[in-house]
Ligand binder design. Structure first.
Ligand code: SF4
Length: 153
């Protein structure tokens, strides 16, 4: 897996264990905690915890360490939530990653779920939700964009 974390915190540990790692240019042993920053507030679904767990898995692979917890910070509520990265969550992330790779292999772009949430989504430029909504084909999108531009001329 590959990912970009907003913030990764290192806290000093007293004893060496599977939960500690060493850092270049710093003495001592360190525990690793990713902190994912969100502009909004906690969601009803598990998308934020899934993203956080994916970051944990990347960091574990990269730093050869085990991570028990991650944190989600919500700007709207100015609150941090501690999330346990348990086996159930890890299995969910692996299964979603497998589905994603399958879609990628088959060249399928899933339709965007366009909504208010898109305006605060950091992926909006990459996602282009108007392009993929309602299983609209690229050809149809280009056709309607062309018609729109003709109408405004
Ligand atoms: S921009 Fe795309 S990824 Fe972001 S919330 Fe909208 S549909 Fe989802």
């Amino acid at each position: 897996m590959r990912g970009i974390a907003d913030v990764v915190e290192f806290s000093e540990a007293e004893y060496e264990s599977q939960f500690t790692t060493r850092l270049n240019n710093y003495q001592g042993l360190w525990k690793v905690t990713p902190v994912e920053y969100k502009r909004g507030k906690p969601k009803k679904d598990d998308r934020d915890t899934v993203q956080l767990c994916a970051q944990v898995i990347c960091l574990e692979e990269m730093m050869k360490v085990k991570i028990e917890f991650g944190e989600l910070y919500y700007a709207q509520t100015k609150h941090r939530q501690r999330i346990e990265i348990d086996e159930k969550l890890r299995i969910r992330v692996y299964s979603l990653a497998e589905k994603m790779h399958e879609m990628f292999r088959e060249g399928i772009t899933p339709p965007a779920e366009v909504g208010k949430h898109c305006s605060i989504c950091s992926m909006v430029d990459l996602c282009q939700p108007r392009l993929t909504k309602k299983y609209r084909s690229v050809a149809n999108y280009i056709r309607s964009a062309f018609l729109e531009s003709e109408e405004t001329e």
